[in-house]
Write a protein that binds this ligand. Structure first.
Ligand SMILES: *[C@@H]1O[C@H](CO)[C@@H](O)[C@H](O)[C@H]1NC(C)=O
Ligand SMILES: *[C@@H]1O[C@H](CO)[C@@H](O)[C@H](O)[C@H]1NC(C)=O
Ligand SMILES: *[C@@H]1O[C@H](CO)[C@@H](O)[C@H](O)[C@H]1NC(C)=O
Length: 430
């Protein structure tokens, strides 16, 4: 698209937004103050939970209806010889237009590392997908061939979704996990999309903020031009991670070398931080990570440490040389809503699903907490053990995304169950 066409498009889109906003405001003001939900569950989740607070009782029929949102066999669908990309995006209810000027002017990049559960991936992708953004998918090199092909087929239907050009065999807590992100970063720097910040996700994350909320959050006073890497100075209990040399048993685990080998001090006397492996980084910071000597030397030093993804980003984000760094930063940043086992009774009231490696795999009754937490994303979800949590959040999230839209809503953007439930979203704009 030429620049002039681009400007014209922006102008028309903005004009449309102003008109829509006025209409929206006029029709909305009437209902301000009315409660929008009844009971502790979002209305979207009521098909899954009847009798709200009392013993929950899942309504199988409604759930079956909702699950038709995706073709019964996603794998088969994506593999099928008759696959037509124009058809796929509509059938899977992907949103194929930019929903506001604000979002158009602030494209985001996403790095998604996955290795299983095609269905959850498709549902997460269609929740975060917007045509102005760009998505690098890292599929674990250990994943079955047919899984890799299915993801490749899906990606080939979008000009802004691609698989990383290099793929690692990812080991939990290994350097390979960090390398997977770096592979995607290299590819994203080469992408023609002028993305502003990059966010990384894994296959068990699901968005809580709409794309528009993400864009607003990224541009808020606190985070504009800053990297979000929640974390603190390495606590004593984590010292062993970088004090001793470790070995990655590819595809299995990471273990300290036997007998113990001390590592040398970090290059440039860097002070090691410890934090989450999840981030939102500026484009300049990514450029720094890929090209700067401090970043490269520190990466080399990190190769035989334990879980370098939990110290690499956050340490670099605390040095003055790094663009957008936050020297005094701590745990701030709504990067994830997670229920840690050791925070039970403090940060949350217990896991209603079950714990996996001390992190809650959400059940449907965790949904009110997740929503209240107002994180960018929540983690963890599984489709085999408690699919209802994802079913209900998915609908709640799509409703929010469409409510935040400033352009007319195409009927194919409604999920199957929203069409059946006579969604108010289409009525709003007629
Ligand atoms: C998509 O393709 C399938 C199979 O080829 C077809 O049955 C269906 O009607 C198509 N849907 C649309 C919206 O074109
Ligand atoms: C989005 O998809 C719908 C359904 O296929 C199509 O009618 C519409 O023109 C598309 N919109 C854009 C902006 O591509
Ligand atoms: C759908 O909405 C219309 C208009 O609000 C209403 O008359 C109709 O009864 C609704 N249908 C269902 C199935 O809820």
């Amino acid at each position: 698209m030429s620049q002039i066409e681009g400007r014209k498009c922006s102008f028309l889109l903005c004009l449309g937004i102003v008109v829509c906003s006025i209409i929206y405001w006029l029709t909305r003001t009437k209902s301000v103050g009315e409660p929008t939900t009844s009971g502790p569950f979002p209305t979207e989740c009521q098909p899954f939970v009847s009798g709200t607070e009392k013993e929950e009782h899942y309504c199988q029929n409604d759930r079956q209806t909702n699950r038709l949102t995706l073709p019964k066999d996603v794998r088969g669908y994506i593999h099928s010889g008759s696959l037509q990309c124009s058809n796929l995006s509509t059938e899977l209810h992907f949103i194929n237009a930019t929903l506001s000027c604000e979002e158009e002017h602030y494209p985001l990049a996403f790095i998604v590392t996955i290795h299983k559960e095609l269905e959850i991936f498709v549902r997460m992708l269609r929740a975060i997908y917007m045509p102005q953004n760009v998505y690098c998918i890292h599929v674990d090199a250990k994943a079955p061939k047919e899984y890799q092909e299915a993801v490749q087929n899906l990606a080939s239907c979008f000009d802004n979704v691609f698989l990383s050009s290099r793929s690692e065999k990812v080991t939990y807590a290994g350097f390979s996990r960090l390398q997977a992100d770096l592979n995607c970063m290299k590819d994203l720097m080469a992408s023609p999309k002028a993305w502003r910040k990059v966010i990384n996700l894994c296959g068990q994350d699901f968005p809580i903020m709409s794309n528009r909320e993400l864009v607003q959050y990224m541009q808020s006073k606190e985070w504009r031009d800053k990297n979000m890497t929640p974390g603190v100075k390495q606590p004593a209990t984590m010292k062993h991670r970088t004090l001793f040399q470790h070995q990655e048993i590819v595809g299995s685990h990471v273990a300290p070398r036997v007998p113990r080998h001390f590592k040398g001090p970090p290059p440039y006397n860097l002070k090691i931080y410890f934090g989450t492996a999840y981030y939102a980084l500026t484009r300049d910071f990514v450029d720094f990570v890929l090209k700067n000597k401090i970043a490269n030397d520190f990466l080399e030093w990190s190769k035989d440490t334990f879980s370098p993804d939990e110290h690499y980003w956050v340490t670099l984000n605390h040095i003055k040389e790094a663009p957008g760094s936050r020297i005094d930063g701590g745990w701030e940043g709504a990067i994830r809503a997670i229920k840690w086992r050791d925070q039970e009774g403090k940060a949350h009231d217990g896991c209603k699903g079950h714990y996996l490696r001390d992190i809650c795999v959400f059940g449907v009754e965790d949904v009110p907490w997740i929503i209240e937490k107002k994180g960018m994303f929540a983690n963890k979800f599984e489709s085999n053990t408690s699919p209802e949590a994802l079913d209900c959040l998915e609908e709640w999230h799509r409703n929010k995304v469409l409510n935040h839209a400033t352009v007319p809503i195409h009927p194919s953007w409604l999920l199957h169950s929203q069409i059946n439930s006579n969604s108010s979203l289409l009525k709003q704009q007629s």
